[in-house]
Structure formats: C-alpha cells, structure tokens
Design a protein around this ligand. Sequence first.
Ligand SMILES: [Fe+2]
Length: 463
Amino acid sequence: MTAPLNAYLADNFAPIRSEQTLDDLPVVGKLPTELNGMFVRNGPNPQFPPLGRYHWFDGDGMLHGIHIHNGKASYRNRYVRTNGFEQENKAGRALWGGFLDPAPSGSQGGFKNVANTALVWHHDRLLALWEGGEPHAIAVPSLETLGSYTFDGKLNSSVTAHPKVDPITGEMMFFGYALAQPPYVKYSVVSAHGELLRTVAIELPVGVMMHDFAITEHYTLFMDLPLTFRLQRLQQGKPALAFEHDRPSRFGILPRHGDNRSIRWFEAPSCYIFHTLNAYEDGDEIVLIACRMGGTSVLGASSGSHEGDNRQIQTDLPLLHRWQFNLKTGTVQEQSLDDRPCEFPRINEQYLGRRTRYGYAGKSAPTATPKFDGLIKFDLGNHSSQTHHFGTGRYGGEGVFVPRSGATDEDDGWLMTFVHDEAQDTSELIVLNAQAVTDEPIARVLIPQRVPYGFHGTWIPAV
Ligand SMILES: [Fe+2]
C-alpha cells in the first residue's frame, strides 16, 4: 500500500528533476522587439523526497527564467544552491525536516534556508529570498548561485521575501522577523548603491509571522497581525503558531529613516494579510491596499475560532481591501474593494509608494490547492476591473508588470506569468498587453519543460 500522495507533490505542484538551457523557443504570436530582459520566477522544487510531511513552503528553491531579446526567447531553470541544498545533494537524500515536522529523528535541526519564495533586483544584483534567513545572490542571466548575501557582513536579521525598492530614490527597504525572541522585527534601509545603511529594532508584544510590509514616499508601514507564535502552546501539544481572532490587527507607521520611537500604531479588526498591493500618502492619510483574509491556518496554525472548520475556510479567502490611517486624528477606515478572492497583488513598481490607479492580482480558482484561473486588472480610480481568463484547465501564477521603456501611462506595458495547461501537461509564458488584458496574449512562449506552480517572480530589464 502506498501512502496518499501529498497534493503539493502531485500534478503541476510536483517537482521536476532536470536543469535545462533551451534557446529559440517557439512563440505563438509575437514578442515585441522593444521587450528586452529576463522574467525570473522562484518556487519550491524539492530535490529529494521529504523526511516527514511535506508542506508547499518546504521545497528547495528553483528559478525558472525566460530571457527575451529581439523577439526571441530562451529558457533556463536552476536550483538555488544553498548550503542545505549542497549538503543534501552530497548525501543523496533529504537531511532536514519541513515546517510540519521540523526535526524528525535523524534529521538536521532547525530549518533549511530553501531560498524558494521570491526575488528582488536591486543595484544590478538579483537576490533569491526566503523570509527565515539570508538572501542568495544569483548571476544573471545564467541563474547560477553566487552564494549567500550579507551586505558586506552587515546583515544581522533574516530578510523578508518582499523588500521594497523606492523607484525614485533607489533605496531598498526590508525587514526580518524572529518568532521566538525580541526584538521580533529588525528594519533595514539599503542605499541606491547597495550599502546597508542602518538596521533598527521594531518592538512588538509577541512574535508574529510577518510576510510583507509597505512603503510610501516618506513612510514605512508594518503589519503586526495576530498570527502569533507562543512556545507555551507547544507544551499543550498544540502548534506554536495560532491565529488569535480576538486580537486586533496593528499597523505601525514610521518615517522611512525613523526607528521604534517614531512609530505610530493603528488598530483595526483582526485579519491576516500575506501581500500588500501598494501604499501611498493622501493628505493626512496613509492608504494601504492589500489582500485581506479574516484569518489563516497557514503552516498548521490553529484558529482561535470556535465556529469550526467551515468558518476557517471562508475567512481564509483573500479579498482586496483598503485601509486609511489618519496621522492627524489617529482614526482608521477599512473598506472592501472587491468580492472575488485574489492574491499575489502587483503594480507597476515604477509607482511603488505613490498613488496608483491600477493593480493586478491572480484570480483564485475554486480548487482544493491554491491556483489562479486568471489575472484581474483592478482600476482603483473608477472602481472597476477586467479579467483575463487563462482558459479551461489552465492555471497560472503571479502577474508581473513590465513597463514599456519611456512609457508615461501607468498601465503602458505588459503582464507576464507562467501558465500550465493541465490536459496537455505543458507550460508557457504568456505576455499580455496590460492596456487590453481581456485580449488574447500578444505572445505565448512555449516551454519544452513543465514549470511547476510556484511563488513570486520579477522582471530584470535588458540583461
Ligand atoms: Fe509572498
């Protein structure tokens, strides 16, 4: 009898085993000749069968890149060769447990830095990110791993998967969080030249899982949401991580170069947020737009709810919301912007931290595993949206916005994502005209290898 197959090791969540370099890929439609650069996406791809129960977040990071130049496209995929990856590669088997079984007998202690979550391009450097540890520098366009990256030894925290690069000043802001020990958050600013300028502690009452944050032109915004970590729960035989429905959400706003003394905290109803779309300043207010869930059971977190599993499933659905934090009066307003579940929100990052009219997000499919069956383009200016549907049996990932060089309109550019056709078991990169998202893709780059579903991607211009 075989064990039931984990859904995240099956179908298009299953890992692929080969690293390939493939040139001159077939293209349906036409890649614009002015579109030159590389789309790279990160995601989990376990090198070996897991020791214990597998969680989607556990797999070793694998990068899939499509290099586009003069209307032609090439593909390559490479593992992020972390220390843990190399050790397991040498051993020929998994040595670390995962999030659901952190230390099964015979395994390494702690967690393996799998570098599998996201990427950031800053100061001509590509970093592969995992929020529990240090980044890994990646060569472009080869996608070979150069090694872990510590900002000349100045890094003294983990690094979020979602650093923010100010499009005007070129500064990069990031934070790292610790679950079990104060200071629970450390916040860092990196100069446009890649120098880590400063790291300050942000005080929280208790450790929380903090996946993302936001910046505006002058401020940085932290989300202290009630997905808390308490060691005493372990003594009661429960998961250490739990969502506390009776605890409010706290949003902390501080000047970009401020510290814990200058942070102002605002309270709002209990919720969880994985990803922010954007934040900006509007008079006395800081506006945040993000995908809000009523709660979460991520990583096996128990729920403070007494209303059973159905409520948990319902409240896990992410919906686009807006918060307005008034710096003068201290008031908070919260408003739902759309009633369709969506996640992996992105914008034209040339407008990050400034008022944006458009946002793009994956449209959550009604499937047991998290998949997107389309991309939604939100027009926040006139409260409307348009949806690109991938088609029957076709599911895609995060839509990355690529601005047209010299564009003056915010939505003048392209949206890109990998799409998998479940009937054909084939993968492709689709390129949409972001000003006409309901149209057929202007180009479909057919990839001769399956690209498993994954997490976040980025666009690297003209490499
Ligand atoms: Fe993320």
